[in-house]
Write a protein that binds this ligand. Structure first.
Ligand code: RIB
Ligand code: CA
Length: 325
């Protein structure tokens, strides 16, 4: 089993990531931490508890950072709505929050487990991750991997080249990319292949029951938002791709790259500048001679869409069966 701390900002696709992490037996979900992103910290934290209540998930949930390190807060109300999870009926929380701040939960959990066993899966802005690294630097050598949803090596979704999670807190993201741990960057180039297609939605609806209905309502709302804002035929299930890779490390291909976050560009702030080491036709010089490139980040490229869809259906089936017990 892969031990996972899921750091998220639910968020419609975060909700599916929570369900996949809790529903698949290959994942030991140690806890969920929340971070301001798609909506305010109050709303995303409430949403995380509601997703757990809706799917019968009972793991620690710890509330995290209420704003980016430096940037002014930006939310994604046009995509996720006023609650951050518009669409489904949001059940009352079934349990109380963990009393610790998310940063302390991350530190305590990583320090309490054997080194090289806990994976951090940040699928919102990286604020909590950066704060945890600075409060307890020892977690960097102890964490097995960081599999983050964020960035892009072609086109962004907030500006032409910047993706939301990185754009919201670029300083935190740059700190995460510069730390000496194993990072897999699951950017938009990958997650835009992970669509909740009509076929996948039909498979989930066919399961029936409260979890299926919740997911259906999630996709109804975010699907309409993606049609309206981005002219997408179906909504990308961005965040679940990170969990999917910990379930099945071959579910997408990767290439090693040096990834830097632009912090100063008037038009490019929040862009992930991805310099692939050996992808034909995409290699660039390392730029200014004095800058040390590290080629340490695995950037996700090509998704096995069928296996991804199968994982999502399997998780909803398992959570549904568990609820029925
Ligand atoms: O750009 C997509 C990312 O931003 C996803 O994590 C989504 O939940 C939002 O946080
Ligand atoms: Ca998210």
């Amino acid at each position: 089993m892969e031990k996972v701390i899921l750091d998220c900002d639910p968020g419609h696709d975060d909700a599916i990531a929570i369900m996949l992490a809790a529903g698949n037996p290959a994942i030991d979900l140690l806890g969920i931490t929340t971070v301001a992103g798609n909506q305010t910290i109050e709303k995303v934290t409430r949403n995380a508890l509601s997703v757990c209540a809706a799917a019968g998930i009972h793991v620690p949930v710890a509330r995290g950072a209420s704003a980016p390190l430096v940037a002014s807060q930006v939310v994604a109300e046009d995509i996720h709505g006023a609650t951050g999870l518009d669409g489904p009926a949001l059940p009352e929380p079934a349990f109380a929050l963990d009393p610790r701040h998310a940063v302390d939960f991350i530190i305590d959990t990583v320090m309490a487990h054997e080194s090289n066993t806990v994976n951090l899966v940040p699928v919102g802005p990286l604020t909590n991750i950066a704060l945890a690294m600075r409060k307890e630097p020892r977690i960097i050598e102890r964490v097995k991997s960081v599999v983050l949803m964020g960035g892009a090596h072609t086109r962004g979704n907030m500006t032409p080249h910047a993706e939301f999670n990185i754009y919201v807190d670029p300083e935190a993201a740059e700190a995460a990319f510069r730390a000496d741990w194993n990072v897999t960057m699951v950017g938009l180039d990958l997650t835009h292949q992970a669509l909740a297609s009509a076929e996948l939605q039909a498979r989930v609806r066919a399961i029936g029951g409260p979890v299926s209905e919740f997911v259906g309502a999630v996709w109804d709302f975010v699907g309409a938002a993606y049609r309206e804002v981005y002219e997408f035929e179906a909504p990308p299930v961005h965040d679940a791709c990170c969990v999917a890779a910990l379930i099945d490390p071959t579910i997408f291909t990767t290439a090693m790259a040096d990834v830097r976050v632009e912090l100063r560009g008037e038009w490019t702030r929040g862009t992930t500048v991805v310099n692939f080491r050996d992808v034909p036709g995409m290699h660039h010089s390392s730029g200014s001679a004095e800058r040390q490139t590290d080629f340490r980040t695995a950037v996700a490229l090509q998704l096995d869409q069928q296996r991804f869809a199968d994982q999502v259906v399997d998780a909803v089936e398992r959570l549904t069966a568990n609820l029925a017990k």
